[in-house]
Design a binder for this molecule. Sequence first.
Ligand SMILES: [Zn+2]
Ligand SMILES: [Zn+2]
Length: 253
Amino acid sequence: MIDSHCHLTYPPLASQLDAVLSRAASAGVERMITIGTKIDDARQAVELCRRHSNIRAAVGIHPHHAAESAPDDIAALEALQRDPNVLALGEMGLDYHYDFSPRARQRELFVAQLELAKKAGCPIVIHCREALDDCMAILKDFPTLRAVFHCFTGTAPEARRILDAGYLIGLTGVVTFKRSDELRQVAGFIPDDRLLLETDAPYLAPEPHRKQRVNEPALVVHTAAAVAWVRNVSVEEIDRITSANALQFLDWK
Ligand SMILES: [Zn+2]
Ligand SMILES: [Zn+2]
């Protein structure tokens, strides 16, 4: 199984990484994508890949960090993207839920990273929260980019818009939460070739661990089980489909 989106550089995962990785291996989670969310974090993510052959990175500037990002960050990102361990740019996008950065600045930085992805010809990881109209409007200018909307938690019509535009959808442990009926409905209709699984660890631990512990890649199996259940297929089948999608999307050889 592949955890297509986690933050292994974040506390408390970073300080207990050996234990985290051995629990992942025991759970059958063989590969992981760790996501850098600002320049120093992205550097650490790339470093981490050098020490672990089953981990690759995506590097980007998260919309939360848009306000604090420096003018030369895009050049730094471009240099990092050339590292063979970096398979995608992101997460990047818009977050109008928390609004930690001014929206105009979020949009500006999103566009700058999309330009970079277009130049580099690499796939992108999108973080989009309560901002789908603006995200889609911006993406219209980049029709050739391959993208995943990670940690999708929107409505069924929103999921259909993303799928109709040709993008992938990443599902987290939120799909296991009691209140997530509409998200489970979404998990039921995403086509086989558009579905990725992720933890977004250390956040969003799935049920039955939601209240008790920090999330980590090993727990992606609970998300896989929930998705398998709504799609009425085996966990092995979900593993097969989503692992193949992740490898293909990221061109991970
Ligand atoms: Zn995110
Ligand atoms: Zn994330």
